[in-house]
Design a binder for this molecule. Structure first.
Ligand SMILES: Cc1cc2nc3c(=O)[nH]c(=O)nc-3n(C[C@H](O)[C@H](O)[C@H](O)COP(=O)(O)OP(=O)(O)OC[C@H]3O[C@@H](n4cnc5c(N)ncnc54)[C@H](O)[C@@H]3O)c2cc1C
Length: 606
């Protein structure tokens, strides 16, 4: 809320413009940075524009209609601020009051946007009525304002992070959790996690809590791990204490994935998949409980040197900046290469690191076309393939019209109570790692480029019906054998799709890049000839000599059969590299819960 007054006594005099604003109010901010700035520019020296804080704030006044904040309401803007009480205070204690009683300014002021606004009002008061300062401060608070979390923004200004993890996918969250919660290597309140997108998790994304999807936890990104991948397996089964089950019910080995037995996370209450995102949710919750600073919508723009010898200044796309003593950039290839070219990694980076940052199949081959991973689940109220046909594992390929790749064991199934329980379920009907091999058909159904998730319901899209009909065709013989009329099977409630394009302009939800480095996918680019996995990782993860600035993420790894159990774009590689960074940069020792031989070979050995 704003109030403005203007006075001019003679044509030659300057006009006094007084603006009374609220520091954590989007309207004030938009007005100050927009029309008011233009007005001040236009009027130049003919006007004197002053900004006054605490507009709309009041102290509690004992008059009719005034409401005392109920107990426990201290930090909530909505229950502390009361317009009747404000009006009462204005009339009794404000400018118009002939003789304000002594009690007018007792206690602490109440601001419409709560404690954060009061704090920000105090900061603006420090600069008197200076409009340039106020404009600068509002700009520094940045986009968090628009995102609706002014308290985080207000408190973040001037924050210094002892350890900052940028890019909150698996490895970004893990490294902050290790530092703040597990090893307690730094005061948790000085450990920071910054994520550019509106959600934590990166390429791990569990869709959950949607009643229209029958409460199923559906992973549209990463979802499986082997116990031999001690990172993350020892973490999940050790300190995070998360129940697991075999990904294939028979626990047989998966020839496609390192011939290992794969596992998933379970929710024992539902006897259904919990979703891989549970691991990240637990770590985020523990970080928050420990007092760490976690922020979404914080997209890194540049990394500059800090006068302190090893520190760095992180500059954000919203114009703000943060000083950090030690930084881990958990950024995929495109995200890192999109950082401003005046960033330390490029200006002071070691030549090999600089060369490797730019070295991908994409940059080295003219005929490279951007790829995408696509995952498609059909969501049914009745998981008929399981309840009626008894299909609990196995897979079927149907490459065209539309292309499908069914895995009966892939997708959560959740059954109710009772002797013949009803089971809702999601069935994986496509999982493609390239557009040519079945992903391309689904791309036109992508709802938005701003999220990997698309949910299409039957009434709004032809896709659920199309896939359902093909599924029934494919199972016609089995249904007939079981005496089931296909028409009795209801269409799916929805199709849930995950789109993970490897495109330069979509850095916040990238497909894994090492796919293109894997020797299984053709010859390595020329720029990688003679570069070993170890030298690749060493150069890219420690790009600047003498700075406490590292790079993790499995986009910076070259397949190495002696340590890679599975394709190098699985989460394990990101976690291995992150753990190595924590060892080198912060001096962290092996966590007690992590297999010692694995740590020596796969973490320190790289
Ligand atoms: C469909 C699919 C299925 C998969 N299945 C499996 C599986 O079963 N098991 C497995 O182990 N792995 C799997 N993977 C791979 C796995 O998802 C990744 O290896 C893992 O998530 C990588 O984690 P990360 O933290 O290194 O990176 P990411 O998850 O990519 O995190 C990077 C983060 O950085 C953020 N970011 C980017 N730019 C900026 C910026 N400028 N400022 C701030 N933040 C920024 C991004 O938004 C993102 O959140 C799968 C991947 C896909 C796409």
């Amino acid at each position: 809320m704003l109030a403005i007054s203007a006075f001019a006594y003679s044509p030659a005099a300057t006009v006094d413009v007084d603006v009374f604003g609220e520091a954590a109010c989007p309207d004030t901010r938009d007005f100050v940075l927009g029309p008011l700035a233009r007005l001040a520019d236009a009027l130049g020296t003919t006007a004197s524009v002053r900004y006054t804080s605490f507009g709309n704030a009041y102290f509690f006044a004992p008059c009719a209609g005034a409401v005392v904040a109920p107990p426990g309401c201290d930090s909530s803007a909505s229950c502390r601020f009361n317009a009747t009480t404000r009006d009462c205070w204005f009339s009794t204690c404000g400018l118009g009051a002939a003789r304000p009683p002594d009690a007018c300014f007792k206690g602490s002021p109440r601001c419409q946007h709560g404690a954060a606004e009061c704090l920000a009002n105090r900061v603006t008061l420090c600069a008197g009525t200076s409009l340039p300062f106020v404009s600068c401060y509002f700009r520094a608070l940045g986009s968090e304002w628009a995102a609706g979390s002014p308290s985080t923004a207000v408190l973040a200004v001037g924050r210094r992070c002892a350890f900052a993890s940028v890019g909150a996918g698996w490895a970004g969250i893990y490294s902050a959790w290790r530092v703040a919660v597990d090893a307690k290597a730094r005061d948790p309140t000085t450990v920071c996690v910054f994520e550019g997108s509106p959600r934590f998790g990166g390429r791990t994304f569990t869709v959950r809590g949607d009643a229209a999807l029958f409460g199923l936890n559906i992973d549209i990104g990463a979802y499986r791990f082997a116990f031999e991948q001690h990172l993350p397996a020892d973490l999940l089964r050790g300190p995070l204490r998360l129940p697991t089950a075999c990904y294939i019910p028979s626990c047989e080995r998966e020839p496609l994935d390192g011939n290992l037995t794969l596992h998933k996370l379970m929710d024992p209450r539902l006897n259904s998949s919990a979703g891989y995102g549970t691991a990240l949710d637990v770590m985020v919750a523990e970080l928050r409980a420990a007092g760490a600073h976690l922020q979404l919508h914080k997209e890194l723009d540049a990394v500059h040197a800090h006068p302190r010898p090893t520190g760095a200044v992180l500059r954000w796309k919203d114009g703000g900046s943060t000083v950090a003593d030690s930084v881990l950039l958990n950024l995929p290839r495109h995200a890192l290469n999109r950082l401003s070219r005046d960033s330390l990694l490029f200006t002071d980076g070691r030549p090999l690191a600089r060369a490797l940052y730019n070295c991908s199949r994409e940059t080295s081959q003219a005929n490279y076309s951007a790829e995408a991973s696509v995952k498609v689940y059909l969501v049914y109220e009745d998981a008929w393939w399981r309840t009626r046909l008894g299909l609990v594992q196995g897979e079927v390929h149907a490459p065209s019209d539309p292309p499908m790749y069914i895995r009966y064991h892939d997708g959560p199934v959740r059954c109710g109570e009772g002797a013949a329980p009803a089971c809702a379920g999601a069935l994986l009907v496509q999982y493609a790692h390239s557009l040519e091999a079945g992903g391309g058909f689904y791309m036109p159904f992508r709802a938005s480029k701003s999220t990997p998730l698309t949910v299409l319901r039957g009434e709004a899209s032809e896709l659920p019906g199309l896939l359902h009909r093909k599924l029934l065709q494919m199972h016609a013989a089995r249904l007939a054998d079981a005496g089931i009329d296909p028409r009795s099977l209801a269409e799916p409630a929805a199709v849930v799709l995950g789109f993970w394009p490897h495109a330069r302009d979509e850095i916040l939800h990238p497909a894994p890049d090492p796919l293109s480095f894997s020797t299984a996918h053709g010859a390595l680019p020329q720029c990688l000839h003679g570069v070993t996995s170890a030298s690749y990782s060493e150069a890219t993860r420690q790009p600047v000599v003498g700075r406490s600035l590292s790079v993790a993420n499995n986009d910076w790894w070259l397949e190495e059969s002696s340590v890679d159990l599975i394709a190098p774009y699985w989460a394990e590689v990101s976690l291995r590299v992150a753990e190595r960074v924590l060892h080198d940069q912060l001096g962290l020792a092996r966590p007690a819960w992590l297999n010692a031989a694995y740590y020596r070979k796969s973490v320190l050995g790289i």
